[in-house]
Design a protein around this ligand. Sequence first.
Ligand SMILES: NC(=O)c1ccc[n+]([C@@H]2O[C@H](COP(=O)([O-])OP(=O)(O)OC[C@H]3O[C@@H](n4cnc5c(N)ncnc54)[C@H](O)[C@@H]3O)[C@@H](O)[C@H]2O)c1
Length: 341
Amino acid sequence: MTNTRSKKDFLRDTIQHIDIKAHDVRPLVTSMKSMAFQARNLSRAADIYDQMIQEPDCAIILCLAGSLISAGLKGVVVDLVRSHMVDAIVSTGANIVDQDFFEGLGFKHYLGTPAVDDNELRDLHIDRIYDTFIDEDDLRVCDMTVAKIASELAPRPYSSREFIGEMGRYLEKHGKVKDSIVLASYQAGVPIFVPAFSDCSAGFGLVHHQWNKTGPTVTVDSARDFLELTKVKLAAKESGLLMIGGGVPKNFAQDVVVAAEILGKEVPMHKYAVQITVADERDGALSGSTLREASSWGKVSTVHEQMVYAEATLALPLIAGYAYHQGHWRGRKGRKFVEAC
Ligand SMILES: NC(=O)c1ccc[n+]([C@@H]2O[C@H](COP(=O)([O-])OP(=O)(O)OC[C@H]3O[C@@H](n4cnc5c(N)ncnc54)[C@H](O)[C@@H]3O)[C@@H](O)[C@H]2O)c1
């Protein structure tokens, strides 16, 4: 059967990123405190995040898993970085490379639908994330931009944090939009760690680089990432985690307390911890494991912790928006932890 529709018929309306600055959600979130279930949990989580911001020496580590940036949450994270409401980011590669860096290059995510013939999408080079469409040809450009950045670097092992810094430098020169997590973090000295760096568009770029380059190549050293994030914890002492989704970033950020111990350094457990997740704990898996469980491993203190069982596109704008409009970030200086790495 021949296609009667073209790519343009599917890629029309773009995902718009929500602006927490435009909505003062404090009365709503405060009212939720006297409700039950996830409304009360969310209200308490927002309060705990606000406490992290108020504590002057507490480093805030934002963890990102799931498809958050393609879903319209990019502006939230950019605002948190610019307002000194996060000091370090640990993420999956999809959020940082396939989605944020991708948009930084001028590409878009499109409003789609799950009620679609995926074979038709395949024929048109359109990728689908639930109800969102992406032009796969644009993604190829993203892959190859990573390959180009790698090929212009001195061949040696890099932490993902260093490599993402180079991506920020690239966007500063060649980027098409100002609102980018990679760019804003580069400019603010906020380190971004992607421990599974090859499991995304960056992996395709690095495979291309390593296959085509004669002699030594750029490699990414995830142990170096772990050491660098541990150095951030050592420099910060007190820390709080704002975790969106579960996956690798959640455990990686929690584990730095244990890594510091392995180095013979005594550091406090993460003092604050909030997690938004749709996973529950019954399967014993990491993404839904409770923060109380993490305390049995010596990673998270149980005094200021809150799980919120909710989908992140709903919960993060409320939690981040509440803390933003509380305004306590105004007294907070950027920690520039990139210098501790
Ligand atoms: N997500 C993508 O579209 C995508 C694309 C390319 C590559 N990858 C790679 O796949 C690997 C795994 O990615 P992942 O960790 O995002 O996997 P994932 O989507 O399985 O997320 C991990 C966990 O986070 C929670 N979660 C995810 N989305 C959520 C949401 N919207 N709200 C609340 N909780 C949510 C769930 O509990 C989930 O089990 C990474 O290395 C990533 O770079 C992912």
